[in-house]
Design a binder for this molecule. Structure first.
Ligand code: GLU
Length: 428
């Protein structure tokens, strides 16, 4: 979703090139890793409920699979673009590498708006997507998952279509499936919880006690909701939440000075994260403009929505009270905004580290599917916490040791791992 002059693919390449320069990455590795290795662009004709056929445009893009099968979600969004999917596929490569799981990076997208489609139409769209790429995906080459506006039910329809085509049971073809159908306990919570596991580590480095902090969150989809839940359980106070209202076609910020009750807020949202304004007012929330989340006088900002939210234009609204930014979304900060974050002395937990909990749990889901033996939720979350904490520690350590900005430190680790894999395989 290109917003203003910002193209996420250009942002992803800029970030990569900066660090490639820093680590003197050789020319061939640089050429290979600065772009996707394979792209499929296709159309999906779907018979709509009114009998008409609508044709949807879709993508599956593999950035790199040197460290293992490509991995990454499929986004459903009316403003999806090939360049956004390219950027997200790159970020998936770095994400899997920074948490050191044996997977590569890929991403999919369908230009559609599931909010305006019936269940039947969505099912036919999901099945059409898989019919088009069944030969290219699979547990050993490319494994999709949910992302923005796609969910466990979509994944199950997709798995079912794949199994109908291939004639076997392949639960490892896709992750984020429902429980009892190859899904993992903890997958729903994983991305949001992972954000808070890394936040907790960041707070330790700043000698801050989570129970004495306040936060403002952008988004109230799956990632934001579970981040907010765990953060409040640990004693933090979420004073503001901003979310898109699909009826009004604009965002609102829900504010409560003494902290929002996240459980109650979750009860008054629909499945796409839109909060019922009347019910929110009845809960004592002030309803402010959508962009007010960014200017709150809080300790922590957690953008969990889309790309390009923190820009040189919006960063001036960030309060001096903010000490930490945790990027729950993919690409919420534009490259030209990083200098401002550094200048303000804000500690950044960069996106592909901060939100790696989802794909890490997807990896656990695959492992459990392969064994056909499923772990308890406690087991999953404990393993997740260990992985996220280790990844955070490695990035923080190199940032301190080499005096690097956290985003660059995460890139140094991820690019080095992938560069080593492509070199060892003899690709470059
Ligand atoms: N869509 C999630 C992400 O951006 C999860 C991907 C996955 O589980 O493969 O990290």
């Amino acid at each position: 979703m290109t917003q203003g002059e910002y193209n996420p693919y250009v942002s992803a390449q800029t970030q990569f090139n900066n660090v490639a320069d820093m680590i003197n990455l050789n020319q061939s590795a640089r050429e290979l890793l600065s772009q996707p290795s394979r792209e499929i662009h296709f159309t999906i004709p779907v018979r709509m409920d009114d009998g008409e056929t609508k044709v949807f445009k879709a993508f599956r893009i593999i950035h790199n699979d040197a460290r293992g099968p490509a991995k990454g979600g499929i986004r459903f969004h009316p403003h999806e673009t090939a360049d956004t999917v390219r950027a997200l596929s790159m970020w998936m490569t770095w994400k899997c590498a920074v948490v050191d799981i044996p997977l590569g990076g890929g991403k999919g997208g369908i230009i559609c708006d599931p909010r305006n489609m019936s269940d039947g139409e969505q099912e036919r769209l999901c099945r059409g997507y898989i019919r088009a790429i069944a030969r290219n995906i699979g547990p050993v080459n490319d494994v999709p998952a949910p992302d923005v506006m796609s969910n466990a039910q979509h994944m199950l329809w997709m798995m079912d279509e794949y199994e109908v085509i291939t004639g076997g049971h392949y639960p490892g073809v896709i992750t984020g499936k429902p429980l009892g159908m190859g899904g993992s306990l903890g997958r729903t919570e994983a991305t949001g919880y992972g954000v808070i596991y890394t936040l907790n580590e960041a707070l330790k480095t700043q000698n801050m006690d989570i129970a004495a902090t306040t936060a403002s969150i952008q988004g109230f989809g799956n990632v934001a909701e579970y981040a907010a839940r765990l953060y409040s359980q640990l004693g933090g106070k979420v004073v503001a939440l901003s979310t898109w209202d699909n009826q009004d076609k604009k965002a609102y910020t829900f504010y409560k000075n003494n902290g929002l009750d996240i459980e109650k807020m979750a009860q008054i949202k629909d499945k796409f994260g839109t909060i019922d304004k009347q019910k929110a007012a009845a809960l004592g929330c002030e309803i402010l403009d959508g962009d007010k989340w960014i200017s709150q006088e809080v300790d922590i900002l957690i953008p969990c929505a889309l790309e390009n939210q923190l820009t040189p234009e919006t960063i001036v609204n960030v309060s001096d009270s903010v000490k930490i930014i945790c990027e729950g979304a993919n690409g919420p900060t534009t490259p030209d905004c990083d200098a401002f974050i550094k200048d303000k002395g804000i500690y950044l937990v960069p996106d592909f580290l901060c939100n790696a909990g989802g794909v890490t749990c997807s990896y656990f889901e695959q492992v459990q599917c392969n064994m056909n033996y499923f772990w308890t939720k406690e087991d999953v979350l404990e393993k997740l916490n260990i992985k996220m904490t280790q990844a955070f520690a490695a990035v923080h350590e190199i940032a301190v040791e080499k005096g690097l900005y956290m985003r660059d430190a995460a890139y140094v680790i991820a690019i080095n791992r992938v560069a080593q894999a492509v070199k060892q395989r003899g690709w470059v």
